[in-house]
Design a binder for this molecule. Structure first.
Ligand code: FES
Ligand code: FES
Length: 165
């Protein structure tokens, strides 16, 4: 199979790489770019652990072909915040008990950030609906929902500012 040259932006940095026609975006992110914050969970689009933003929309990198991000902008959890500068949703996950083992957390953060970018003041029901494809085996979801609502409140009142969109 012929490889494709793709050009895209990854966490603000331009990239040009050759990809196999059947290569998944998750493979590019985790294996080739060593951005292991994006997690492999189910591999079939059912757990949300591998979520990334593509042109601002959350997509599941385990079911997106790398060739499909040619010309687009990809943001992984590493591009949302960092150790020195956490995004308000990351702060809120820590403050509200939204993290236990942490395996689902990158995908949850990616989805939460996408939700608040789309809808800065979601109701609890809207949070639960938007996040319904992101599975967590530890927290029981209450801490996660509290975290998203808390980040929304802080951002809306100007007490916190998103690090990246
Ligand atoms: S690993 Fe992609 S949705 Fe589960
Ligand atoms: S914190 Fe363990 S799977 Fe969510």
């Amino acid at each position: 199979m012929n490889k494709h040259l793709i050009k895209f932006v990854l966490n603000g940095e331009p990239r040009e790489i050759l990809v196999e026609p059947n290569e998944l975006l998750m493979n590019v992110v985790r294996e080739r770019e060593s951005l292991t914050g994006t997690k492999y969970g189910c591999g079939i689009g059912e757990c949300g652990a591998c979520a990334v933003h593509v042109d601002g929309q959350p997509l599941l990198s385990c079911i997106v072909l790398a060739a499909d991000v040619d010309g687009r902008e990809v943001v992984t959890v590493e591009g949302i915040g960092s150790y020195g500068q956490l995004d308000p949703v990351q702060e809120a996950f820590l403050d509200e008990g939204g993290v236990q083992c942490g395996y689902c957390t990158p995908g949850m953060v990616v989805m939460s950030r996408a939700l608040l970018n789309e809808n800065p003041n979601p109701t609890e029901l809207e949070v639960r609906h938007y996040m319904r494809g992101s599975l967590c085996r530890c927290t029981g979801y209450s801490g996660i929902v509290r975290a998203v609502l808390s980040a929304a409140e802080k951002e809306s009142s100007g007490k916190a500012v998103p690090v990246a969109s």
